[in-house]
Design a protein around this ligand. Structure first.
Ligand code: G6P
Length: 368
């Protein structure tokens, strides 16, 4: 294994650092086709124009990729989108609109609940299914008529990292392609989205360079029992993913909240022993996030803020700031996923857990 790991201590760390390459390989697939139906297979040209909505089904980190995609599919494509946890959907008396595309997201392509949810969606009457998957010819893409393969390469660490960010690329491409088919994305917008994709691996590399600073933060987390992650809008799913990563590998209890919901409950938990991680990109919700942060600070909560380089945030008593790259626009959640992965990784290292094989968890869950 040491040969495979090269300079890294764990597969998770290696996979975190492989993201610029995994992303650019996946982006190459998009560039080869452009934002055209062919990106999702031969059948897509006849399927995509008829769609009236999207239903995403997934588990774990893949589910959070789906939650992120909802924002893009609604705002870029103007198509309604709902996202469901596969193990819930498959036992629910759900309604199917045959014109809604089922999108499953799965790194392994073998997760039982996701597979069964797909079968159930078909039974309910959904006609078309797209699989976003990292493993060629696995069960879920084989059971789907449309496919987009992420090119993350083998992912060994139980906690998903590069599979997640490459899924986001596939989902972004779906949103833009649907927007084009529906006449909402014109040539100028398309060029802009392509440009954003081309710049993504570089911005992710820039985020990876923050590792020494994040490691110092992780030292402060390792003695804590609980942590709270806050985000808003398209970055709320990144807060969820950050909390999931921290709990699954460091065993620190973590919860994520959309920052506007703080006052409806979690604010009661905030005191000086509760670190609060804030995903605070320089977007239209920044001022709202800042006022949520003041609510935390006023209760003695210590803030750990990931802020874009071009937003004006300064450190103060109890407010720590790490500056992520300049705001990259629509793909910002991909860039903001990187620091929370590294924070969880280094907190787990501090606590001496088995980072690549956390207790009680499996890489691919093929049983119920
Ligand atoms: C397990 C893994 C997670 C993964 C989830 C879904 O819980 O530990 O990392 O996100 O399964 O797996 P999938 O292969 O369907 O993406």
């Amino acid at each position: 294994a040491s040969l495979e790991l090269g300079p890294y201590s764990h597969f998770m760390q290696k996979e975190i650092h492989e993201q610029p390459k995994a992303l650019s390989d996946t982006i190459d697939t998009v560039l080869d086709h452009g934002f055209n139906a062919s990106l999702f297979g031969d059948a897509a040209a006849s399927v995509l124009p008829q769609l009236q909505g999207v239903k995403i089904l997934a588990c774990g980190t893949s589910y959070y990729a789906g939650l992120t995609a909802k924002y893009w599919i609604e705002s870029i494509a103007g198509v309604s989108c709902d996202v469901e946890i596969a193990s819930e959907y498959r036992y629910r008396a759900a309604f199917a609109n045959p014109q809604h595309l089922v999108v499953t997201i799965s790194q392994s392509g073998e997760t039982l609940d996701t597979m069964e949810a797909l079968k159930y969606a078909r039974e309910l009457g959904h006609r078309h299914a797209l699989s976003i998957c990292n493993v060629r010819e696995s069960a879920i893409p084989r059971a789907s008529d449309l496919v987009f393969y992420t090119r993350a390469g083998a992912e060994i660490g139980v906690a998903s990292t590069k599979a997640f960010t490459t899924q986001l690329v596939g989902l972004f491409a779906l949103a833009v392609t649907l927007g084009k088919v529906r006449g909402r994305v014109d040539a100028a917008a398309e060029a802009q989205y392509l440009d954003e994709l081309r710049h993504l691996p570089g911005s992710v590399q820039h985020a990876l360079n923050l590792e020494p600073q994040i490691k110092l933060w992780a030292e402060q987390f390792s003695g804590k029992q609980h942590a709270l992650f806050l985000g808003r809008g398209v970055h709320y799913p990144i807060a969820l993913e950050g909390a999931l990563k921290l709990k699954e590998i460091s065993y620190i209890h973590a919860e994520a909240y959309p920052a506007g919901e703080l006052k409806h409950g979690p604010l009661a938990l905030v005191d000086d022993s509760m670190p609060v991680v804030v995903i605070a990109p320089n977007d239209s919700l920044l001022e709202k996030v800042k006022s949520n942060m003041q609510e935390v600070r006023a209760r003695g909560g210590e803030l750990f803020v990931f802020a874009d380089l071009d937003s004006h945030f300064s450190e103060s008593d109890g407010v720590h700031v790490i500056r992520t790259p300049r705001h990259v626009g629509t793909l910002s959640p991909v860039v903001h996923a990187i620091p929370v992965q590294m924070l969880a990784y280094h907190a787990a290292l501090q606590r001496g857990t088995d980072v690549d094989k956390p207790r009680n968890l499996a890489k691919s869950v093929t049983v119920e």
